[in-house]
Each structure stands twice: as structure tokens, then as C-alpha cells.
Design a protein around this ligand. Structure first.
Ligand SMILES: [Zn+2]
Length: 350
């Protein structure tokens, strides 16, 4: 009898300990799609760019027009989020607004703003310089409950520098051996990581959208957008099927910058007038005015950290994403950086 009671206690102990432990076992998946315009996300393919032989192979035009008429055809998963209690915002045609606050409108300054919650005017290039700023990944990686639980994957070889993997201890592409990985290998590793239930915070940086846009391949840019949406949908199915992730994972999807909005070739580029002045050789189109509109971004989110919120009057900013992510994880964003952008309205209050 005593042996039976002991056995019962041994069996019950973990359950009792679980019940008494703090409720914070929240997880986060942050996905970025490099240089993906809100125009394609919400309007779908641009008719003028499809008809322009410089950007779209004529053989592809009809097929694209048939399959992707609207943004919801191109990105069915992200467009399904509002009906599931999530958000998709940044549609300027619908009066929504989201923008970067950094003055450059390209990648390193944008990722730094997403990961740290503020623009750093000293970051004026994409050079492989270890970030002097502390990202929320690094801060979490030093917090109880998160140490060793933060991981990143991306197919741009500057991510290890932006996240400062050496100082932060956050592994970025650790299993990919330092090679420049393809987007599909990044997706596969990220899914493996999710399956292993290891990281509580998973960052995935997808870059094909920006690469194809710079090359002027509009149909490949669109295909990358569609493939990324499909990948994110699969990730979310995995989350919902797995008790370790289901009901405690907040997913955020966003972009580091937009692209030029003027007719013609402007969509292939991005950057402010200031960034063109600093590095005129870094652009294939010489335009001292920069690429207006490439500061405009969008964001999607779903999960227990996301709540219905009245649309604010101002323009949402990229600098609010770090505090939003920390709030979704049940962490105090002010303890991370009281000067960071405040959480987005749909990440606060119930
Ligand atoms: Zn770019």
C-alpha cells in the first residue's frame, strides 16, 4: 500500500509542479519576407508589371492572371488570419498605414528596427558588421526560461551579424554550416526545429522575394510570395497539430522594407533619397530622389498574444514589433528597452 502511494505521488508530482509553475510558457514564431510590397500582399499582381516584358515572361502572364487575381489568391493563408481572430494590416487602399522609422529603407536598418524596437541612425549599410545593439532575441536568450530557447534561420548571410550570434549566443543557421542556404533548406530546418520542440522563439528570415525583385523577375517575385505564404501556412498547421506549440504560440509575419511604388522599374529597387546619396553605386537605377513608398510595410499576426483592437488613427511603425513580440511572450518590453516603440494596439489588453 505504501509502495502504491509512493508510486502515485511520483506520478502526480510532475502534474502538481506543472499546475503551480508560472503560466508563462508562451512561444513566438517571427517570419520576415524581405522587401515584399504591401501592394502585392493586398492588391495581388500588378497588371502593368505583368504586361511589361522586361519584368514578366509573356508565357507566364496568362497563367498568373488566371491563378492570382487578388492578394487573397497570392497569399491565401495571411488573408485567412482576420477571420481566425488574427490581423493583417498595412493595406493603404483601406486606410491602414504601417511604415519603417529608419531613414534608409533597406535591409540591415529594417531588421535592426524590427529586432531592437528602434531605428539606429548609425546603421547606413548592409555591411557584415556585428550589431552594436541588443536585439530582443539576445535579451530573451539571457532570461530565465528562454536561455538556449531562441534560434534563427535565414537565407541572407548578414543575419548572423544583425543578430550578433557570437555575442548574443543566439544560433543563426547553426546547422547550415555557414553556407549560403537556399530558401527551401531554411524552411526545412525551421520545420525540423519546430518538430524538435526546442526553441520557444523561432525566427525565420526569407529573402527570395527581394532577390528576384532586384533581378527584375516579377513572376519569380510573385511565386516567392506565394511559396512563402504556403510555407507559413504549413508552419501554422504544424503548430496547431502539436501540443507543445498549440494554443501558446503567437505568429508574426512582416517585412523589412517595401519597394518603389512609381510606375516602371521602381518596384525593383528600394531605399530613401538619403541612402542613394550615401551609396549611389549600390543602385541599378540612378535616382537621387530614392524610391518613394519603400518605407511602407505590412504585418500579419495570429495566436494568443493577438487581440481585437480598435484601429488607431496614426501610422503603425516597424519599431513597435519588438515590444509586440515581447508582450505576446508575457515579457515586460520596458525592461528590455523603455525607449523602444510601444506594442502595436492588437498586442495589448484583452
Ligand atoms: Zn533589397
Amino acid at each position: 500500500m505504501r509502495a502504491f502511494l509512493m508510486a502515485l505521488l511520483v506520478l502526480l508530482a510532475p502534474a502538481l509542479a506543472r499546475a503551480e509553475a508560472p503560466a508563462n510558457d508562451q512561444r513566438l514564431i517571427l517570419v520576415t519576407m524581405d522587401g515584399t510590397r504591401w501592394q502585392e500582399v493586398f492588391r495581388g499582381p500588378d497588371a502593368a508589371l505583368l504586361a511589361d516584358k522586361r519584368f514578366t515572361h509573356p508565357d507566364m502572364k496568362d497563367a498568373i492572371e488566371k491563378s492570382w487575381k487578388r492578394g487573397a489568391d497570392l497569399m491565401p493563408f495571411l488573408h485567412s488570419l482576420p477571420a481566425r481572430g488574427g490581423v493583417l494590416t498595412g493595406n493603404r487602399d483601406a486606410g491602414q498605414c504601417m511604415a519603417v522609422t529608419n531613414a534608409m529603407w533597406f535591409s540591415y536598418p529594417g531588421y535592426n528596427e524590427i529586432f531592437t524596437g528602434r531605428a539606429d541612425p548609425a546603421i547606413t549599410s548592409n555591411d557584415k558588421i556585428p550589431n552594436r545593439n541588443t536585439t530582443f532575441f539576445e535579451w530573451l536568450n539571457r532570461r530565465p526560461g528562454f536561455a538556449g530557447q531562441v534560434r534563427g534561420y535565414g537565407n541572407w548571410d548578414v543575419f548572423p551579424f544583425i543578430i550578433n550570434d557570437k555575442r548574443s549566443g543566439v544560433p543563426v543557421n547553426a546547422e547550415l554550416g555557414g553556407a549560403y542556404p537556399t530558401e527551401t533548406s531554411v524552411m526545412r530546418r525551421a520545420m525540423d526545429a519546430l518538430r524538435e520542440k526546442g526553441p520557444r522563439v523561432l525566427y525565420i528570415g526569407l529573402g527570395d522575394t527581394d532577390e528576384f525583385a532586384h533581378m527584375g523577375h516579377y513572376e519569380h517575385y510573385l511565386e516567392a510570395i506565394n511559396r512563402d505564404d504556403d510555407f507559413i501556412a504549413e508552419l501554422w498547421r504544424m503548430v496547431e497539430a502539436d501540443p507543445a506549440w498549440r494554443g501558446k504560440t503567437t505568429l508574426i509575419v512582416t517585412t523589412d522594407h517595401g519597394r518603389g511604388a512609381a510606375p516602371g522599374a521602381a518596384w525593383t529597387e528600394h531605399g530613401s533619397a538619403e541612402s542613394v546619396r550615401l551609396d549611389p553605386a549600390g543602385f541599378t537605377i540612378a535616382d537621387p530622389a530614392g524610391f518613394p513608398g519603400s518605407d511602407q510595410i505590412w504585418l500579419a499576426a495570429i495566436g494568443p498574444g493577438v487581440h481585437a483592437a480598435a484601429p488607431g488613427s496614426g501610422c503603425l511603425t516597424q519599431s513597435q514589433i519588438a515590444a509586440s513580440a515581447l508582450t505576446a511572450l508575457g515579457e515586460d518590453w520596458r525592461a528590455f528597452d523603455a525607449g523602444a516603440g510601444a506594442p502595436l494596439p492588437f498586442f495589448v489588453g484583452r
